[in-house]
Design a protein around this ligand. Sequence first.
Ligand SMILES: Cc1cc2nc3c(=O)[nH]c(=O)nc-3n(C[C@H](O)[C@H](O)[C@H](O)COP(=O)(O)O)c2cc1C
Length: 183
Amino acid sequence: MKILAISGSLRKDSYNTALLKAMKALAPEHIDITLFDELERIPLFNPDIDPNTVVSVTALKNSLAEADGLFLSSPEYAHGISGALKNALDWLVSGEEFVDMPVAIFNTSPRASHALDSLHEIIRTMSGNIIDTACITVPLLGSNLMAEDIVEDHVMSASITSAINAFYVDTVGVNNSLIQCRQ
Ligand SMILES: Cc1cc2nc3c(=O)[nH]c(=O)nc-3n(C[C@H](O)[C@H](O)[C@H](O)COP(=O)(O)O)c2cc1C
């Protein structure tokens, strides 16, 4: 299984990025997680521009097309999701890559419920398939923990491993039932 992971934070010591890096490190061999690292190169969304003419947007669309699932983790800024992530998602709205894509949404701050709710609403509106059993909050705000510390934390790493496994099991289950419906 190939998973594309996007952190909504551009900050060097971002907790959201650290969480996704820890997920990559903790993922079992059959699950390959790739962090998208071109978020800040994506220009402001303009529906007048053909997405296929923008290199960074094409990279995002191609990465998504090759993925079996999407992991998202966004900071909350002024009760909204990060502008950088919303901007990237806006470029994907009209494309077919996103439709029915299994998505897990992660949160690194228990108090950031507005952004979390908003991200769920955006993904539902874009016809993504949110895998609820995999969506977890890992309380990192103020912890100073980076990816390697998270991996070494038994409680956090157990929670992350369970979430990744739940994503795999529920996604494979969804795909199997889709195949059965089509037969
Ligand atoms: C401009 C700004 C606005 C913020 N607004 C909120 C907010 O409305 N609610 C909240 O819970 N945290 C808020 N925060 C805190 C961030 O969500 C928090 O620092 C988070 O860890 C940033 O994500 P990162 O560590 O991945 O960069 C804000 C931070 C900044 C810099």
